[in-house]
Design a protein around this ligand. Sequence first.
Ligand code: GDP
Length: 445
Amino acid sequence: MFDKLSDRLGGVFDRLRGRGALNETDVREAMREVRVALLEADVALPVAREFVDKVTEQAVGQSVLKSVTPGQQVVKIVNDALVEMLGSDASELNLAVAPPAIIMMVGLQGSGKTTTTAKIAKLLKEKERKKVLMASLDVNRPAAQEQLATLGTQVDIATLPIVAGQQPVDIAKRAMQAAKLQGFDVLMLDTAGRLHVDQQLMDEMKAVANVSTPQEILLVVDSLTGQDAVNVAQNFSEQVDLTGVVLTRMDGDARGGAALSMRAVTGKPIKFAGVGEKMDAIEAFHPERVAGRILGMGDVVGLVERAAQVVDQEESEKLAAKMAKGQFDLNDLRAQLRQMTKMGGLGALAGMMPGMKKAKAAMQAGGMDDKILVRMDAIIGSMTPKEREKPALLNAKRKIRVANGSGTTVQDVNRLLKMHQEMESAMKRIKKMGGLKGLAALFGK
Ligand code: GDP
């Protein structure tokens, strides 16, 4: 997500921050580069222009240029402007009505609408403990209703039974009745997709909106289509009262133009980002976190959330207790490696950690990638339980055995042992400083 823009802006800001004093020309020059970077990211031209004008005006102010850290201040101004461009207010779903709250999903065919419907239903069930019913109103595309039913089974969400031949408005009415009678908190209506903005289907969508008066009308658009996605949103919002946009395929979108222009052009907030084909590959869209990722400042909150989702709580607590005692054997290292893999590997983690973008590039340049996690796991897997607890047992002969067993080399084994040693001595230092309290002291808390 936003990789190219992030790289470009990183370069510009490194140069700004690297200099003690700044004058107006420096700032204007940097902003010219920011403008080019935004346009390369496929941001709509008027949006890019307005952004740069606003930031320039604030950044050439005397208080900024005369401050002790002018570069830093400019980055802060850019950050705030980015958050504003992405839509500063939080974009939570508004479901606070007498149940069932109704969410209507609209969008072009192939945008990921049905997948997203199931993803959001799953999210509501797991995060907010909502009882959700899904209904497909798509009678145009063959098997569309079955597709939603299949997804429903997969994520364990109820779907409205299919009645052959029933038309969308009637399906909507039946769904509302079923949701009310059976005590569902949320009803999701997956409307028919369309190939392009076509009046007949638009009328159908309006009719469904009229009978169901949804709390949320979410438009699903494919972020890979860039400015077309923004135009589609503009078109739809002229026909129905969209409450928000879901951008899918953000996982494949290195440019990010649709995300960056959507709010400014359409006035509609982005509420979710689809980040993969799996049913949990969806994220609530938080402008301040996204801006942080773009500017390489990381998304620490997102990282912690992701960890909480996938990391085995019991395992982490066991590990933390051992670490507090200064113990850290190869079994512990292996557990940590596995949790990293579960959290999406080095690449996913690097983008979320402050200052890690560069470290990631360096790792990749050094041939280090996610395969290394797998390789390290294999190395530890080829050791005996005793060796894992007491790595000092590994003499030259044993190392050859482990290397052969894991399909690696003795150098690989040595590298892993060295890494473990470094981590172990870090744990011991922490323990000497008074355990976790010592660690907190390190960070000045
Ligand atoms: P619909 O016609 O709009 O209902 O589209 P579908 O929900 O059937 O999705 C079309 C394809 O896009 C499917 O293969 C989905 O798995 C895929 N898809 C949906 N959302 C995402 C996403 O966020 N990332 C990726 N990579 N694929 C997605």
